[in-house]
Design a protein around this ligand. Structure first.
Ligand code: NAD
Ligand code: UDP
Length: 340
């Protein structure tokens, strides 16, 4: 089993049940597979529910040897299968996250965030399960407030190419909040900022995976726009630790919580760092900036620090080193040759 290699000190505002039965919708995706791994390590039984749109059974293959892990091929837009057990906790990560993938079928993306989330909430109500919603920094749109605090309400285009995702996730926040209040459920909402790490799909389309794959193959590095737009990149192990803390925090969590790494970097700086770490001779080319691409993004994580005693532990350099090593291995087994 792949172990979490980073050590985190838990704290007193934390009451993770032992041997819980946990559903992870979207569990075969990038983030979901790491969450499933952590939950199995923590002693729980995990039902990983996925339609394999962007996720892969391979991402959770290492968990198949555990008799506490069950992989269920299911689309959350359909009613939950009746043979499911009673869950103690439900994490909803099911939604394509890369702009390329969530724009592939925009109507389905919007419905997965709305109807799909409702199906999972209804199961949570029937089971009296705690419900966790993966929201996103995209709900801030192209932000006019920097860094972004949870009480900033965002600057989102309702009818642009990103709207199915941005507005879908905004609606999901509303639905989870109102459903929770009406049904007396404990709910958690995490606003995730750009996260990277092993098990990203080589064709995922997001910037970290694109640049690493391009650098390893000696292909052109595709910077969209001037490259002066910023993002703040969080390593996946840090994020998953934040998820588990937020789900299990026993008090004082009202509303959404930002989880991300506040270390802001331009896309140009990211490209240079990856080129240097890979030792690649790839050249940089510029492509047009996608419509509504946010210009700046950086989380204010005071809330996570105060309420969860959480802050990221892994530097961009160390996280990239692990991610590059993963892609070298992944590409050698899939037959794509690295030229670096
Ligand atoms: P991902 O695409 O790797 O994972 C999403 C998973 O959900 C995949 O396994 C996919 O097959 C599954 N899925 C999609 N639609 C489904 C449906 N209708 N029914 C069942 N399964 C479905 O993406 P990820 O990066 O792991 O993101 C996971 C969650 O975190 C998403 O909800 C995303 O919006 C959110 N998020 C991620 C990031 C990030 O930087 N990775 C940032 C913000 C928010
Ligand atoms: N980006 C880029 N080249 C790529 C992929 C993305 O320059 O090959 C840019 C993209 O325009 C955005 C940033 O990198 O400004 C982050 O893009 P990503 O798709 O990873 O995440 P998001 O836009 O959802 O933050």
């Amino acid at each position: 089993m792949v172990k979490n290699t980073h050590f985190y000190n838990r704290h007193e505002n934390y009451a993770e049940p032992s041997a819980a039965i946990v559903a992870v919708a979207g569990g075969a995706g990038f983030l979901g597979s790491h969450l499933c791994t952590q939950l199995i390590e923590n002693g729980h039984t995990v039902f990983c529910i996925d339609n394999f749109h962007t996720g892969r059974p391979d991402n959770v293959e290492h968990l198949n040897s555990s008799d506490r892990f069950v992989l269920v091929h299911h689309d959350i837009n359909d009613p939950m299968p009746t043979e499911m057990p009673k869950f103690d906790q439900i994490y909803n990560l099911a939604c394509p996250a890369s702009p390329v993938h969530y724009q592939y079928d925009r109507v389905k993306t919007a419905l997965t965030c709305s109807h799909g989330t409702l199906n999972l909430l209804q199961k949570a109500a029937a089971d009296r399960a705690r419900f966790f919603q993966a929201s996103t920094s995209e709900i801030y749109g192209d932000p006019e407030v920097h860094p972004q605090t949870e009480n900033y309400r965002g600057n989102v285009n309702t009818v642009g190419p990103r709207s199915c995702y941005d507005e879908g996730k905004r609606f999901a926040e509303t639905l989870v909040t109102d459903f929770g209040a009406q049904h007396g459920l404990t709910t958690r909402i995490v606003r995730i900022f750009n996260t990277y790490g092993p098990r990203m799909h080589p064709d995922d389309g997001r910037v970290v995976s694109n640049f690493i794959v391009q650098a390893l193959l000696g292909e052109d590095i595709t910077i969209y726009g001037s490259g002066e737009q910023t993002r703040s990149f969080c390593f996946v192990d840090d994020l998953v630790e934040g998820f588990v803390r937020l789900m299990n925090a026993d008090s004082g969590i009202d509303g959404p919580v930002n989880i991300g790494n506040p270390n802001e970097t331009t896309v140009n700086q990211l490209a240079e760092q990856i080129l240097e770490m890979v030792g690649s001779k790839s050249k940089i080319v510029h492509h047009p900036l996608p419509v509504d691409d946010p210009r700046r993004r950086k989380p204010d994580i005071s809330n996570a620090l105060a309420r969860l005693n959480w802050s990221p532990q892994v530097s961009l350099h160390d996280g990239l080193a692990e991610t590059i090593a993963y892609f070298i291995e992944e590409m050698s087994t899939s037959g794509r040759r690295s030229s670096a």
